[in-house]
Design a protein around this ligand. Structure first.
Ligand SMILES: Cc1cc2nc3c(=O)[nH]c(=O)nc-3n(C[C@H](O)[C@H](O)[C@H](O)COP(=O)(O)OP(=O)(O)OC[C@H]3O[C@@H](n4cnc5c(N)ncnc54)[C@H](O)[C@@H]3O)c2cc1C
Length: 500
């Protein structure tokens, strides 16, 4: 009888090109979920080239990554100089003097089959004046610089982080390397493709090292070394909807109070971000070069810092859009190599995170199947386009008077966004399609915050007596005020639990 030989497992070689936020999120996640005997993970990065070093504001889904990796939150915050984030303040986006918060988490409580905001709209028709954010615990905590973790039975404030991008990559690296990720330092000088299939076979470094792989993850940043440089995948340009094409980034000294939210302030031809960290504040000006000069953009940025600038403004150029295919041949592009959406809603790191989850879901056992690739691409396109629409919304719904903003208000927008706007405008309805990232409350806060009030609301909101509606609204506001006023100050909370 012939003895059955145990099958020798040849590990699938996964090569990650790039060690910025995208590369290290991919490396850590793959190391966490793929069995080491079946997958060999190599990450190549070049210290000489470095990383983009921006990308410091996140959305609450980042906590799923931390939880999946089992990162201790206090240690993570200390290591990355992080602060808590409850939402984003938008200053000057509706009218020049307007201000609202897109807060994470809920707004009001539904009291039946219809969303809360229909009652709020009914209240407005009855003469109630409390703004929408009076019903958003995160906004109320944010405006008063408070933060707390949900105690048993207490208010749940969904939160994200602001962190130092370079320290974040380093933190992930220190997690991933001991778990089997092989890091190679060096500059890739050429990419070799298989003559028959056209797949990428290997990359060659400046020192002559050749690194071969079965699957390549292109996290090489804007240059898209494999997805564009080697495969010429092509780019779908979205600059006719999102015309900002440059940014200047500058850190400044911290200021008090330590706000638990990102601020986005509209400027004459773009907007300025402010991201408070424990040890400094990150700032940047995203602008449209057709409407303002680099010098003027730098002046606006530096005039609007709330602490001493700690460096000269660093220029970054981009074209908003996406690769025609996120997965082409045996190359999947993540992060800036996949495309660019401006950081107005802090979505790019999340897009990396969700793409890595998808890569794991579609990872082939043997040869890559075209159907898998097509499904991956279709899901990713849907996700990107819906986020794109949400960002366009901010520009389109403005009531400012500068030429740049008038142009944005007048531009034709994608049909998918027009449908959302029409639905809301008529009767205050918001529909979340499939698994699009932003929930109804996100759209609601931005649309109302920028001055779009629907003509009507759901008829069920009329089923209650006016007095009852007023009472219900007042009660919700009181409960939130009581809970928020018992919370500690954000800076004090950090000092006690996770000071860097
Ligand atoms: C102005 C701006 C502000 C942003 N703000 C936010 C934000 O607030 N929130 C958010 O979620 N996202 C934000 N982003 C996006 C975020 O910065 C990126 O998604 C994130 O940093 C990922 O970058 P990356 O890893 O793709 O690229 P990079 O950080 O550029 O990394 C590229 C890597 O590839 C390596 N590499 C390149 N070429 C070679 C080569 N030839 N050989 C070897 N290695 C090579 C580099 O060394 C580096 O390690 C912002 C982006 C910009 C431009």
């Amino acid at each position: 009888m012939t003895e059955i030989q145990p099958q020798k497992i040849v590990p699938q070689k996964i090569v990650i090109v790039g060690g910025g936020t995208a590369g290290w999120i991919a490396a850590a996640s793959l190391a966490r979920f793929l069995p080491a005997q079946r997958h060999a993970i190599t990450l190549i990065e070049s210290d000489e080239i470095g990383i983009v070093g921006v990308g410091e504001a996140t959305i609450p889904q980042i906590r799923l990554l931390n939880a999946a990796l089992g990162l201790d939150e206090a240690a993570f915050m200390r290591a990355t100089g992080a602060t808590y984030k409850l939402g984003i303040e938008f200053a000057g986006w509706g009218r020049a003097d307007s201000r609202y918060m897109h807060a994470f988490g809920g707004v009001g409580r539904a009291t039946g089959p219809i969303a809360f905001h229909h009652f709020w709209l009914r209240g407005q028709h009855l003469g109630e004046t409390a703004p929408l954010d009076a019903y958003a615990p995160n906004a109320q905590a944010g405006w008063t610089n408070r933060f707390d973790k949900p105690a048993a039975g207490g208010t749940d404030l969904p939160y994200a982080f602001h962190f130092d991008a370079s320290l974040f990559s380093r933190h992930l690296r220190s997690w991933a390397e001991p778990r089997g990720v092989n890091r190679v330092e060096g500059r890739i000088v050429s990419v070799e493709r298989d003559g028959e299939s056209g797949d990428v076979r290997s990359v060659t470094l400046a020192d002559g090292q050749v690194i071969a792989g079965d699957v390549f993850i292109d996290c090489s940043g804007f240059r898209g070394l494999l997805i564009e440089g080697a495969l010429g995948t092509g780019y779908e340009d979205w600059t006719h909807w999102l015309p900002c094409d440059r940014a200047l980034a500058v850190p400044c000294a911290s200021a008090t109070p330590l706000t638990p939210y990102t601020r986005s302030t509209a400027q004459g031809a773009g907007w300025q971000w402010r991201i408070p960290l424990q040890h400094r504040t990150g700032n940047g000006h995203v602008y449209c070069s057709a409407y303002t000069s680099d010098d003027e953009a730098a002046r606006v940025l530096l005039d609007n810092l709330d602490g001493k600038a700690l460096a000269d403004p660093r220029p970054i150029r981009f074209a908003t859009g996406r690769r025609r295919a996120f997965w082409n041949h045996n190359v999947v592009a993540l992060g800036l190599a996949a495309g660019f959406l401006e950081p107005l809603e802090s979505t790019s790191i999340h897009l990396v995170q969700s793409a890595v989850e998808r890569v794991i879901r579609y990872l082939p056992q043997g040869p890559i199947q075209p159907a898998d690739r097509a499904a991956y691409n279709a899901e990713t396109v849907f996700e990107w386009e819906r986020v794109r629409d949400f960002i366009i919304l901010h520009y389109h719904l403005n009531a400012r008077d500068e030429p740049f903003w008038r142009e944005c208000a007048a531009m034709p927008v994608p049909d998918s966004l027009t449908e959302k706007l029409d639905l809301f405008r008529a009767n205050g309805r918001i529909t979340r399609f499939n698994e699009e990232l932003f929930a109804e409350v996100g759209w609601l806060q931005v649309m109302v915050g920028q001055g779009l009030m629907p003509q009507g609301y759901h008829p069920l909101a009329d089923a209650r007596e006016p007095g009852e509606v007023r009472e219900l609204l007042a009660l919700m506001r009181q409960v939130i005020q009581r809970q928020v006023s018992a919370m500690p100050d954000h800076a004090a909370y950090i000092a006690r639990h996770c000071a860097a």
